[in-house]
Ligand binder design. Structure first.
Ligand SMILES: CC(C)(COP(=O)(O)OP(=O)(O)OC[C@H]1O[C@@H](n2cnc3c(N)ncnc32)[C@H](O)[C@@H]1OP(=O)(O)O)[C@@H](O)C(=O)NCCC(=O)NCCS
Length: 211
């Protein structure tokens, strides 16, 4: 087994707490620290906040080699991930050991797959995507770059989720559905028709939401 790196975690909010626990469960060495310009505390679950984003080039120069982007905003997570890659940080995928993982599923750089998620055969998880706690991503799903499948979602087979789209907590998606890039699916939705790019839908069956 290759040695797991000590990572810098970008973000010190709620998602970062889940990332810290997943890193520990997966056997990573203690994180180097958190990077957040506006942290709620100086230490989060035993991990110190090192400073704002401006310190990232210095940390890299001092030997920090890998980072995990623990930011919930999908567009922001992609921008920060791209910036880190340009600085030379590796972005390892983080997979909680309690995941039900098909051997044929593929997981991109910087993606995180949380506890009790299930990835079916030939599922493809894009770079920097989040498959959150207890989400089911069935066979042949394609989850886009920096998309987020929130806790407790159930995506049937052959679903495609576009880049940076959010499938809100507890949603169900019918087989073969395509959700466009940057779309938002409200919490608890039942998605039974394709969703256009940038659309905001919710309810059961999911329908466009008022802005
Ligand atoms: C869809 C969502 C983004 C809309 O949030 P918002 O922009 O603040 O919108 P509002 O709360 O002002 O709601 C606008 C309208 O949509 C309705 N609505 C909001 N969320 C809804 C949902 N999940 N299902 C059905 N209708 C919903 C509201 O009732 C309101 O309707 P009205 O105009 O008749 O009063 C948000 O409600 C949501 O579901 N987010 C999911 C978050 C999530 O799962 N994150 C993952 C964290 S790990």
């Amino acid at each position: 087994m290759s040695e797991l790196p000590a990572v810098v975690i970008i973000g010190a909010g709620g998602h970062a707490k889940v990332v810290i626990e997943a890193l520990r469960a997966a056997g990573y060495p203690p994180p180097l620290g958190l990077v957040d310009p506006h942290p709620a505390a100086a230490v989060i679950h035993g991990v110190p906040v090192l400073g704002g984003d401006d310190i990232l080039p210095r940390l890299r120069a001092e030997g920090a080699a890998a980072a995990i982007v623990a930011l919930g905003g999908n567009g922001l997570r992609q921008r920060v991930g791209d910036a880190l890659a340009a600085m030379g940080y590796a972005l390892p995928a983080l997979v909680h050991p309690a995941v039900q993982l098909s051997p044929s599923a593929r997981i991109g750089d910087g993606a995180v797959v949380m506890a009790r998620a299930c990835l079916g055969p030939d599922a493809v998880i894009g770079s920097l995507a989040i498959v959150n706690t207890n989400a089911v991503v069935e066979h042949d799903n394609v989850i886009g770059v920096s998309a987020h499948v929130a806790p407790g979602c159930a995506l049937a087979g052959n679903v495609t989720v576009g880049d940076r789209a959010l499938v809100g907590v507890g949603s169900a998606v019918r087989p073969g559905i395509t959700i466009g890039a940057d779309a938002v699916i409200g919490a608890g939705s039942a998605v039974v028709r394709d969703v256009p790019a940038k659309a905001r839908v919710g309810g059961a069956p999911a329908a466009p939401l008022r802005r």
